[in-house]
Each structure stands twice: as C-alpha cells, then as structure tokens.
Design a binder for this molecule. Structure first.
Ligand code: A3P
Length: 270
C-alpha cells in the first residue's frame, strides 16, 4: 500500500498541463465530438471536454490561459483539443503556427451536402421558427443560384479553407478522418488516427457497439455498459427535395474535386 501511495505521489509530481500536441480543427458537423470521445478512451491521450475556442474567440486571453484549459497529463501522454470552427477562421492557421509549427492537425470531413443539412438541422433545433432550408440555400427563389455566403454552404468548401492552412503547414501534418467511415468503421478510422499521432494501437472494434435505435456506434465501457453520444449528435434531418440536393451536389462537385487533388484522396462524395 505504501508503495502504491509513493507511486501515486510521484506520478502527481509528473502531472502537467501542456499545450496541445494535436488539434481537431474541423469540420463542424463532421463527427468531431465522436472522434474526440473515441480518442479519449486511449490511455495516452488527455483532452478537455468542452470546445476551447482559443484561436478564434479567446485569443486575447493568451497562451498561458490556453494551457490552463488542458487537463493535467503525464509526460508521455498527448494533449488534444477540438474546436471545429478553427478550420474556417481566417487568422487561425497563423495563430496555431505561432504557437507550434510542429503541431499535428486533424480534420474530420463529411460530404458537404449532408454536412450542410446537418448544420441547418442544428440551427433549426435551436430556433424552430427559422425559414426553410430551401429559402436559405438559394440567393433568391427564381435563379436557384446557391447562396455560398450562407455558413452552412461556405463551411463545406473544404478546398478553400485548406488552402489557408497549407500556407503554414505541410500536408503531412494534417490528417483527414473520413466522417462517413467514422460511423461505419470507427475502429478503422481510429487506428489511422493512432498511427498519425504515434500512439500505441489500442482502440479495437470491440470498443464499439452499434446501437440500432440510434443508428450510430457507441462506446462499450467496462463490463456491459454502453455510452452513446447525446441527443444532439445523430439528429434526424428534415427531408430535402431531390432537386435541391442535386443542385447542391453540382455546386460542391468542383470544390470536392479540388479538395481530392489537394489531399491526394478521393472521399467519394457524389
Ligand atoms: P447529425 O446529428 O447531423 O447526424 P460534430 O460532433 O462535429 O458536431 O458532428 C455531429 C455529427 O457526428 C452527427 O451529425 C453525426 O452524423 C456524426 N457522428 C459520427 N459518429 C457518431 C456517433 N458515433 N454518434 C453520434 N453521431 C455521430
């Protein structure tokens, strides 16, 4: 017992709050909460629960404030935070670079069409009286031109946002998680993240349980207990007409293709 206490004491001494080694910078509605919660089961990872919003909203608080938001970790544990708005904010790549040019970046990407509908579904859940998706998505009723300044659309132009990150970081420093596969094969996507971060391969298919009712994988905790993400993750989307979806697909197609060329990966969004 005494040996246990001595070990615990010396471990406490080694605990420190560290600036992040890796940041999940986006994308909003890509599956960023699922990714972070799944990564947190790894014993060598420490991450704050809430989104920190340092580089976009609280930059004036200074780096020491940022460090204080991190959990205390052992010297060989990695600190990770996620704030999905970072990906689309103009000043953020430079600010992150100034903190650490060698930081690792993770982006969960998802078909920008479903991402836009997911984004709208979130807005609708907060303000049930907002206008319809169709009203937001076109600049006017007649022309049927896609309103690319609507945030739900703008965020999905991944190539444009990635361009700004590549002004500061090499592609090798950025890992893209396939948001669709994160649902169908979470262990496979997590294995790739472990490898990118240099973590021991620990997360296995047996860590997940597919909940039929929710339609998403949940975490299998010790014993029988299952932990799914909350009700705000995996919402039911409103039905959007095929014609509108088709127009959106056509709008995003050239940007998606540019994104595939930039990353050297075809995510298969039609
Ligand atoms: P929907 O609610 O539109 O289905 P974020 O955490 O970045 O806001 O992303 C939310 C999205 O994560 C959800 O959007 C859902 O599709 C996706 N997701 C991926 N894996 C999930 C999981 N295991 N449980 C719940 N949602 C998950």
């Amino acid at each position: 017992q005494k040996a246990d206490r001595t070990r615990e004491y010396s471990e406490n001494l080694r605990l420190q709050k560290k600036l992040p080694h890796a940041i999940v910078i986006g994308v909003k509605k890509g599956g960023t909460r699922a990714l972070l919660e799944f990564l947190r089961i790894h014993p060598d990872v420490g991450a704050p629960g809430p989104e920190v919003h340092f580089f976009d909203k609280r930059y004036g608080n200074g780096l020491e404030w940022y460090r204080q938001q991190m959990p205390s970790t052992l010297s060989d544990q990695l600190t990770i935070e996620k704030t999905p708005s970072y990906f689309v904010m103009k000043d953020v790549p430079r600010r992150v670079y100034e903190m650490s040019p060698s930081v690792k970046l993770i982006v969960v990407v998802r078909d920008p069409v479903t991402r836009a509908i997911s984004d709208y579904t979130q807005q609708l859940s907060k303000r049930p009286n907002i206008q319809s998706f169709e009203k937001f998505v076109f600049v006017d009723d007649q022309s049927k031109v896609i309103n690319s300044s609507w945030a739900a659309i703008r965020i999905g132009i991944y190539a444009k946002h990635l361009r700004r990150w590549l002004d500061y970081f090499s592609l090798a420093q950025i890992h893209f998680v396939n948001g669709e596969r994160l649902v169908t094969d979470p262990a496979g996507q997590l294995a790739k993240v472990e490898s990118f971060l240099g973590l021991r391969p620990i997360i296995k298919p047996s860590n997940f349980y597919y909940n039929e009712t929710k339609g998403f994988p949940c975490l299998r905790k010790s014993g029988e207990s299952i932990q799914c993400l909350g009700k705000t993750k995996g919402r039911i989307h409103p039905t959007i007409s095929e014609e509108v979806v088709e127009r959106l697909r056509a709008f995003f197609r050239p940007f998606n293709e540019r994104f595939y060329r930039m990353t050297g990966r075809n995510f298969g969004w039609s």
